[in-house]
Ligand binder design. Structure first.
Ligand code: PEP
Ligand code: MN
Length: 344
């Protein structure tokens, strides 16, 4: 750890810091430059985690050398994590997220009714999707908007999962529903709004099913990695990270897809990273271009929303792809993936 002192730090400030840190059992190394004085602290940095060094008089900033996430960090594992989703129907191939192949997760924003879910699931399967998405518990900005079918939605999802033969991902919003959602879901989704719901993160850390964590709309990538750490430190290492757009000043899009999140996460972590260009852009015509950009940037997969009649969708209609447009995007992804060393 390195303490950078203010220009006007007094000798008394410096002595106070050195005495305190040495009193905690650490060695120190002081370097007096022309502009600045810097103190290096030598020892196990993790023991300094809760020490408020920033508040000492004369301190300008504290640079931590160790990353605050451990299990999620690149250094924690020699290989990239690959998450295996067992096949739903006997004899089918498992889905592997984080390997050479790009994983496509597709479906409606919400479970609306059985027929619609069945129709969309069948369609996306025929066109190469690997996992079906649909929300039963919906995190809506307004309490008056459609809130999802809840437990009935999960029941419909498990029926369609079995009949169509696609693994499913669905959101869990509440700690009390984790076991219920885990009975149906092959992957549990933590929504952007719950990325820092630490009790929920710990609760999904105690089950043994893959968890996809969406980046909060105002969260840094370090905070996203810390959320993964919450799940992993409870023992569940099957975590997928998902960039889903962040809030910026740009009104032409619902959010701004941070494509650079993909190579940053790949550099910082061994965990698979996916991109959601539907919530990321909020507009159906921007979904495919951002999906291609995500794959080109190294994403392990994409998660997209579609609906046969977006104007009737109970949630997120403006960003829903028409089925034929989803099919077109899959064809294009099939051509693009080999060009960037991936398969679809
Ligand atoms: C969703 O996937 O439908 C959803 C609500 O996503 P997010 O949490 O990214 O807004
Ligand atoms: Mn949605």
């Amino acid at each position: 750890m390195i303490i950078v002192l203010k220009r006007d730090a007094s000798d008394q400030d410096i002595t106070h810091i050195l005495d305190t840190v040495q009193g905690w059992g650490f060695d120190t190394n002081i370097s007096r430059g022309v502009e600045r004085t810097v103190i290096g602290i030598i020892g196990d940095e993790s023991l300094l985690r809760n020490k408020p060094l920033e508040v000492f008089p004369g301190v300008e900033s504290v640079l931590r050398v160790l990353k605050p996430y451990k299990l999620a960090s690149r250094e924690a594992r020699a290989d990239r994590t690959r998450i295996r989703i067992p096949p739903v129907t006997e004899g089918a191939d498992p889905v592997e997220i984080g390997g050479q192949a790009v994983t496509v997760i597709a479906g409606p924003c919400s479970v609306e009714n059985r027929d619609l879910l069945f129709e969309i699931a069948q369609f996306v399967k025929e066109h190469g999707a690997h996992v079906l998405r649909a929300g039963a518990f919906k995190p809506r900005t307004s309490p008056y908007s459609f809130q999802g079918l809840g437990a009935e939605g999960l029941r419909l999802l498990s029926e369609v999962r079995r009949e169509v033969g696609l693994p499913v991902i669905t959101e869990v919003m509440d700690t009390k529903d984790v076991d219920l959602v885990a009975e149906t879901a092959d992957i549990l989704q933590i929504g952007a709004r719950n990325m820092q719901n630490f009790n929920l993160l710990r609760a999904v850390g105690r089950i043994r099913k893959p968890v996809l964590i969406k980046r909060g709309m105002s969260a840094t990538l370090e905070e996203l990695l810390m959320s993964a750490e919450y799940v992993m430190c409870e023992g569940n290492h099957q975590v997928i990270l998902c960039e889903r757009g962040i809030r910026t000043f740009e009104p032409f899009t619902r959010n701004t897809v941070d494509i650079s999140a993909v190579p940053v996460i790949r550099r910082e972590s061994h965990l698979p990273v996916m991109v959601d260009p539907s919530h990321g852009t909020g507009h159906w015509d921007l979904v495919a271009p951002m999906a291609y950009a995500a794959v080109a940037a190294g994403a392990d997969g994409i998660i997209v929303e579609l609906h046969p009649r977006p104007e009737e969708a109970l949630s997120d209609g403006p960003q829903a792809l028409l089925p034929k447009r989803f099919a077109g995007m899959m064809e294009e992804l099939g051509r693009l993936s080999p060009a960037v060393g991936r398969s679809l």
